[in-house]
Write a protein that binds this ligand. Structure first.
Ligand code: C5P
Length: 271
């Protein structure tokens, strides 16, 4: 059973308040993008456990802490499923705010559901996903969604992305999500994100922000430089994705963006 896992970008990310459980209340529009993807191959094992082989990008995470293994463990507890062998081909940069690990976790839930014919509904898979991470529920179906609460409360989004191209650019460093949240100052926006997304695209850049930029841009000067370069190359909207370090630009026509830094990785897709 082979499943592709695609990354996401955040079109706007409002950090509204810090909660008593340590998480932050957010409002963000997540959009699934192409240009790069991970591939997860799951096969039933003759043994009871779960093995994981990771190829591609080296990640500094032990196999038993990987979310695809945690997904299998959670589903074994609930549904008594057999052991599996998994092979994960990592291509989505990590520490990038692209949700690669979360996309892999959702791919594992969907793959195991299909492989063992568990017949789980979309809602049941979303509930499992929320136990693995705030972002994981979005990746169960991958349609544009407002993600609220700590990110796990989903509402379908009407957003006009027709004809847009997306350039994702990942500089040669990573940012950890807890570190990024530690630097933010939560606040309420004048207008909810959903209202601002409904503005004509030409007004998005002035109206829609990722609240992580305020604290991360002064710390990592490469990020605002990349944003300016995306705009200079014609992006109608450029922003940090999630908690970074990846930036992206949306373009009305096939973009011409060349990396400006050593080690900057660039991915392009049509939305
Ligand atoms: O849910 P997840 O494991 O992806 O979150 C990783 C960390 O990011 C949390 O432990 C927390 O520090 C931070 N976080 C947060 N508010 C959110 C999501 C994540 O503070 N809405």
């Amino acid at each position: 059973m082979i499943i592709n896992a695609y990354p996401k970008i955040n079109l706007g990310l409002d950090i509204l308040k810090k909660r008593d459980d340590g998480y932050h209340e957010i409002d963000t529009l997540m959009i699934s993008v192409g240009g790069v993807h991970d591939t997860l191959d799951i096969t039933p094992a003759t043994t009871k456990g779960c093995s994981l082989q990771i190829d591609g990008l080296g990640i500094n995470c032990s196999a038993d802490r990987n979310l695809v293994v945690k997904a299998w463990m959670l589903m074994r507890e609930r549904y008594n499923i057999p052991g599996v062998n998994m092979r994960l081909e990592k291509r989505i940069p990590f520490g990038a705010g692209l949700g690669g690990g979360s996309a892999d976790a959702a791919a594992a839930i969907k793959g195991i559901n299909t492989l063992f014919e568990l017949g789980l509904s979309h809602e049941e898979m979303v509930e499992l996903a929320a136990r693995l991470g705030s972002d994981v529920p979005f990746f169960i179906n991958g349609e544009p969604m407002y993600c609220r609460g700590r990110g796990e409360i989903l509402a379908p989004a009407e957003v006009d992305l027709q004809g847009l191209w997306c350039v994702i650019t990942k500089p040669d460093f990573e940012i950890s999500t807890p570190e990024a949240y530690a630097g933010v100052t939560p606040h309420l926006p004048a207008l909810p994100l959903e209202r601002r997304i409904r503005l004509p695209r030409e007004q998005w850049q002035d109206a829609i922000v990722n609240d992580f930029e305020a604290s991360l841009f002064p710390r990592y000067s490469i990020l605002p430089n990349i944003k300016r370069e995306l705009q200079r190359r014609g992006a109608l909207y450029a922003s940090l994705s999630g908690s970074g370090s990846a930036m992206y630009g949306l373009f009305e026509s096939q973009p011409d963006y060349k990396p400006i830094y050593v080690g900057e990785q660039v991915f392009v897709c049509k939305l």
